[in-house]
Design a protein around this ligand. Structure first.
Ligand code: GLN
Length: 238
């Protein structure tokens, strides 16, 4: 078996260690003797919508988002086709914002998103910074760190990723964080997210491999260190 990962704008949208998500997916596959191929997709480069099992896009300052917003438009149809074929997509913060309809920064024009998810983002007056814990629908928790001024609002039929237990989440108002639609996940959780949330990393890997190989049961790993980090993050102040 092989896990194919497309890392969008790896050199531009990579603040707060978001590349750690790629390393976590890679290691958790290799530890199970699953081969991994990672392709970085930069400005002006192309996406083969049938190649990747998982797409990842990280966060960035407004400046980097302005640099990539127009370029990302080229990929809208191919990413929608990949999503409709069940590809897994994880988008963090700035990448999450551009997977929605638009991001309106503090200054300058509205940045177009690719409407992969029914959400929009407008920059708020205060930066939402700090440790975050959210509870998913299966009562598991995700821990991470947020740093964004953007306030994201979900369309009425778009499910959040989870309920905010600690921190601000999407907009500091509605008590929800992130978004999920099909196998597309958006979140504000940096940190990076996956190393301290091994069960979520495995969920993404399993969904990605199942799409190509049919039902995949992942071998259990010893996650004692990862769960120590998770438990430590749970008790950090917001
Ligand atoms: N520039 C966006 C904001 O401030 C996203 C920031 C980020 O990716 N951490 O909301």
């Amino acid at each position: 078996m092989e896990l194919r990962i497309a890392h969008l704008y790896a050199r531009l949208l990579n603040i707060y260690g978001d590349r750690g998500n790629i390393l976590s997916l890679q290691k958790r596959a290799l530890w199970r003797d699953i081969a991994v191929e990672i392709k970085e997709v930069g400005l002006q480069e192309l996406i083969d919508p049938d190649w990747a099992d998982i797409y990842f896009v990280g966060g960035g300052q407004d400046k980097q988002q302005i640099m990539i917003a127009q370029d990302l438009q080229r990929h809208a149809d191919n990413l929608k086709r990949a999503a409709n074929n069940g590809a897994v997509m994880l988008s963090v913060c700035g990448g999450y914002q551009l997977f929605g309809h638009y991001y309106q920064p503090h200054e300058g024009p509205k940045l177009p998103g690719i409407s992969l998810i029914d959400a929009y983002t407008v920059a708020g007056n205060k930066r939402m910074i700090g440790n975050v814990t959210i509870k998913l629908s299966d009562d598991s928790t995700l821990v991470g760190f947020e740093n964004h001024s953007g306030k994201t609002f979900l369309g009425k039929d778009l499910a959040p990723l989870g309920k905010v237990i600690k921190g601000n989440g999407n907009n500091g108002e509605d008590g929800f964080e992130g978004a999920q639609h099909k196998n597309i996940y958006g979140t504000y959780l940096h940190g990076s997210l996956l190393p301290k949330n091994p069960q979520f990393a495995d969920k993404l890997i399993s969904e990605a491999l199942t799409r190509r190989y049919g039902e995949v049961k992942l071998k259990r790993l010893d996650d004692s260190i990862e769960m120590e980090a998770h438990k430590h993050a749970l008790v950090l102040k917001p």
